[in-house]
Design a protein. Structure first.
Length: 263
């Protein structure tokens, strides 16, 4: 068997269309949407809605400004639209229409935090299987899937009138989903296990949030592989934990190379 695995596609439809070439199956670990493109400011949903100059200012404030300055500028952008939520949803649907059409059969997919999984059933045809919370047999191995990212401690999900809501899950909800992934050979998630080598981003110079439930599952189940994305420039892309090879499959938008599993 040969299986290709990608994560953090962020709008790179052309590369996604090639990702399954030569593979028996393609696994997509989320973050299909390109919401803010920090390198090509005319791209992404913000670039489509507001243009490259506004996105360049937004990116600069995220790097150099205060939190208050970033929030104030964001509010000024959204207030310039008559119906910001509708405009974002239209842009999301446009990206999903192209990306789901690019996935080669058979594809197994879960959402990342930069995704709107509620919309996925509209775009996933017969060749794309949505496997959130499932254990699926592929080529004789059992693959367990859990998408999204856990909310940081003390944070809450904004329920009223959000322009767009990322796929963030409460600790209890995520841990419950992970607890159902038993007797697996391959663990497939968007978020990494909470191990410092895997969660530290060397460019952003901060730790992204990892999951303690995923770390516990790796120690307890010892699957052959633990595969994930989310951290774009990790301190370590791979780490051996007992019998398990933990592997960040890469920032696919940039690398355009799938991670290859063979057995």
């Amino acid at each position: 068997m040969r299986v290709h695995v990608v994560s953090d596609v962020h709008g790179n439809t052309e590369a996604l269309a090639r990702a399954g070439e030569g593979a028996d199956a393609l696994i997509v670990l989320g973050d299909l949407l390109d919401f803010v493109d920090y390198h090509q400011h005319d791209q992404g949903i913000l670039g489509t809605l507001f243009g490259p100059e506004k996105v360049a200012t937004f990116a600069r404030l995220r790097r150099e400004g205060t939190r208050e300055e970033s929030i104030a500028f964001s509010k000024s952008l959204w207030s310039s639209l008559d119906d910001p939520a509708a405009a974002v949803e239209e842009a999301v649907r446009e990206q999903y229409s192209a990306m789901f059409a690019a996935m080669t059969a058979p594809t197994y997919a879960i959402a990342g935090n930069v995704d709107s999984p509620d919309l996925w059933p509209e775009f996933a045809g017969d060749d794309v299987r949505l496997v959130e919370g499932e254990v699926v047999e592929i080529g004789g191995l059992r693959f367990g899937f859990a998408g999204g990212v856990v909310l940081p401690a003390g944070a809450t999900i904004r329920r009223s009138n959000p322009v767009w809501r990322p796929f963030l899950r409460t600790q209890e909800e995520f841990d419950e989903a992970v607890g159902k992934l038993t007797d697996i050979d391959v663990l497939c998630t968007h978020q990494p296990p909470a191990l410092p080598e895997l969660t530290y981003d060397v460019v952003a110079r901060r730790h992204e949030l990892g999951s303690s439930a995923l770390r516990g599952l790796v120690y307890a189940e010892q699957p052959r592989w633990s595969l994930f994305g989310h951290v774009h420039q990790p301190l370590s892309a791979r780490l051996r934990v007992g019998r398990t090879e933990c592997r960040n499959v890469g920032h696919f938008k940039v690398t355009e190379r799938p991670h290859v599993l063979r057995w």
